[in-house]
Design a protein around this ligand. Structure first.
Ligand code: WTA
Length: 661
């Protein structure tokens, strides 16, 4: 095993977890997906996926379910034609469900709410599609979306899908630099943004970051043509008449009639950037049919969605893949009623989420372990003040959920009635891959359990051989699946190398996670085995943060590791060597560098800790041994140093830190 995989101690601790939670009888009896689906899917996977594809509306059916003639480049539902936006709005209206609520939108300021029915969403999407066309966007052009959690974000995504213009949503918390690199990488023609959004009770600006990003891309010889601006907060914005257009001017006056075109099953739907092991974010490409089949099927199966009665709430931001698959495409393809919330969990008060659940009768709730842990810390008195008896199912995503957090979630939020589905998946997989089925599986706190019907996963050793039950290894997906990424935007080689070349086995997808199979063969995902950190469920690359640090004039060299953190899962810890001419860097050097990272990448990447050191531990081939730095960051005795080029370096680091240097 590689030096990065979890210790035997971690594995042993986890296998002592013996609690089991059987599905409630009522849920099991009426479950959307039953135990028989596992065998049915395994005996003919393509037939199973073809059956799932029937939940969409097709202009033309496919000729072939899967074309895997040129792996790892898959084509799913080849020859089929459809429109993703038509599937998410029009067909529900045509089926007589136009008056059904698509979104109960809750703004951050109290009482700032909107209700949008499917008919209203259809009108808004059509108007926005007409407006984008009017701004010059054509099929195949890329459109960037940099918005807070307001209904216009969903409308803009579906308007892009409607006209076949792949969107790339950039999380509103990312800096102008991060935005600029994404705009340049996918050569976005238009950016949709807003003047600002609300955060913790105060307006916070967004448009200035777009202006700065445009200036930066212009330096690289690339210019965005138009910026479509939603007025959300009413704050002052700089305006360039040749580029900027108000949403209320362009969209509000546009026609609600828009005949949609049907696109090839493999037409690009969106690009979502995510951190990889190098400094350059990867543009994950998802295409239309397979992605929509995967997100709709999993939303129906894993959340046991009953569209007539359920109110679904996924707390993710639309800037992440979870928001794409489980706010926009999956739930809307299924005609679900949802809550969409603009703000943070604790504004204006700590019980805000529970109040929303009570007020809207949320039945299915999907959030991240980092949020659950922070609520646990605040104590059960806050959720106990609210009637959350409407909840019948809870979901978790983004990082391994600690067994204690799982049990707290189930008992305090779910009143000990609700199953918890711990869902493992990635931006790359497009939809949930490993999860309990709520009406079938007896859940184990901390385990994502087994691949869902239609998905094939394994835990393998360095040679790519399945490990026996009770052992750990690398998590792989062994068969293609419909919502798989198709490539990295503009970089087929990096796509092949990153995901498909780790094992000498044709068609094994390397997820980058370590995992364990317990004695029953159930899967426990243990976290990344590469240089990717998971901070509050967000993926960050060590190299990306190192590059940001090194771009500071006082920094000579930097090494970043993810250290265990009680609240955020992992936290960013940086070791920095200053340039000689910078001397000791000045009194505020640590704060200066932390803010520099925030400016370069965004607040989520700001290191928890920066240690100024004289040397970094390196192997003879010059590779930084992060394992040793992690020992320091986690206050452990430093491990084996025999492969260091200079084994005294660790003493130097430890003694330097001890003396407060
Ligand atoms: C981690 C988010 C354990 C994992 C959907 C993965 C998880 C990365 C789980 C993907 C889970 C996600 N249990 N780990 N249930 N869900 N992860 O691309 O390390 O932002 O590789 O996708 O998050 O993060 P991404």
């Amino acid at each position: 095993m590689s030096e990065e995989t979890p210790s035997d101690q971690t594995l042993a601790n986890l296998s002592r977890e013996e609690r089991r939670f059987e599905p409630p009888a009522e849920l099991a009896e009426h479950a959307n997906l039953r135990a028989e689906a596992y065998d049915r899917a395994a005996s003919d996977r393509e037939a199973f996926w073809a059956e799932q594809a029937e939940r969409l509306a097709w202009d033309q059916k496919w000729d072939r379910v899967l074309d895997w003639d040129d792996p790892p480049f898959a084509k799913w539902f080849a020859g089929g034609k459809l429109n993703a936006a038509y599937n998410c709005v029009d067909r529900h209206v045509e089926a007589g469900n136009g008056d059904k609520v698509a979104f109960h939108w809750v703004g951050e300021p109290a009482d700032d709410t909107r209700t949008l029915t499917y008919a209203q969403m259809k009108d808004e999407v059509c108007k926005a599609a007409n407006a984008l066309t009017e701004l010059g966007v054509k099929t195949g052009d890329r459109v960037a979306i940099y918005l807070p959690m307001i209904p216009e974000a969903v409308v803009a995504m579906l308007a892009c899908a409607r006209i076949g213009a792949p969107h790339t949503v950039v999380f509103g918390g990312f800096s102008s630099d991060a935005l600029a690199s994404r705009l340049t990488d996918c050569q976005a023609k238009v950016v949709v943004t807003s003047d600002g959004g609300y955060r913790r009770g105060a307006p916070s600006a967004l448009k200035p970051a777009v202006d700065e990003a445009r200036a930066k891309t212009a330096e690289n010889g690339f210019s965005v043509e138009k910026v479509l601006v939603v007025r959300r907060t009413g704050q002052e914005v700089d305006w360039d008449d040749s580029v900027d257009v108000w949403w209320h001017d362009a969209v509000d006056s546009a026609s609600t009639e828009h005949a949609c075109e049907f696109f090839d099953a493999e037409h690009p739907l969106y690009v979502m950037y995510t951190s990889g092991t190098t400094g350059k974010p990867k543009g994950i490409l998802h295409t239309t049919a397979g992605y929509l089949v995967g997100s709709a099927y999993t939303h129906w199966a894993v959340f046991d969605l009953k569209p007539e009665t359920d109110v679904f709430w996924c707390t993710a931001d639309i800037g992440w893949v979870t928001g794409h698959s489980y706010i926009v495409y999956g739930p809307m393809a299924n005609g679900a009623t949802q809550v969409l919330y603009e703000g943070t969990p604790d504004s204006p008060e700590r019980g805000r989420w529970w109040k929303i659940i009570e007020e809207y009768g949320v039945t299915i709730f999907y959030t991240a372990p980092t949020a659950i842990r922070s609520f646990m810390k605040q104590g059960r008195e806050i959720p106990d003040r609210h009637d959350m008896s409407s909840l019948r199912l809870l979901g978790s995503v983004g990082e391994p959920i600690n067994p204690e957090a799982y049990v707290w979630y189930r008992s305090v939020v779910g009143g000990d009635r609700t199953p918890v589905v711990d869902t493992w998946w990635q931006t790359e997989t497009g939809s949930i891959m490993i999860s309990p089925l709520p009406g079938v599986t007896a859940g184990k706190p901390g385990s994502a359990m087994t691949p869902i019907p239609g998905v094939a996963a394994e835990v393998v050793n360095d040679e790519g051989e399945p490990v026996p039950n009770g052992s750990g290894g690398y998590l792989v997906l062994t068969e293609p699946w419909p919502s798989m990424l198709r490539t990295l935007w503009g970089d087929d080689e990096r796509f092949k190398e990153t995901y498909w070349s780790r094992f000498n086995k044709q068609g094994y997808y390397f997820a980058g996670d370590g995992a364990k199979k317990d004695e029953d063969g159930d899967i426990w995902v243990l976290g990344r085995v590469d240089d990717v950190m998971n901070v509050s469920g967000h993926r960050l690359s060590t190299t990306e943060i190192e590059s940001a640090l090194v771009s500071h004039p006082k920094v000579a060299e930097a090494a970043v590791v993810g250290a265990k953190d009680e609240d955020t899962g992992q936290a960013v810890c940086a070791f920095v060597i200053l340039r000689e001419e910078a001397g000791d860097g000045g009194d505020d050097i640590v704060e200066e560098l932390r803010n520099h990272v925030r400016k370069e990448i965004g607040a989520i990447a700001k290191p928890r800790q920066i240690m100024i050191v004289a040397e970094l531990p390196k192997t003879r081939s010059g590779k930084i041994m992060r394992r040793l730095l992690r020992d320091v960051a986690e206050n452990r005795e430093v491990g084996d140093v025999t492969t260091l080029a200079d084994s005294s370096v660790m003493d130097l680091i430890s003694s330097g830190l001890a003396s407060g240097k």
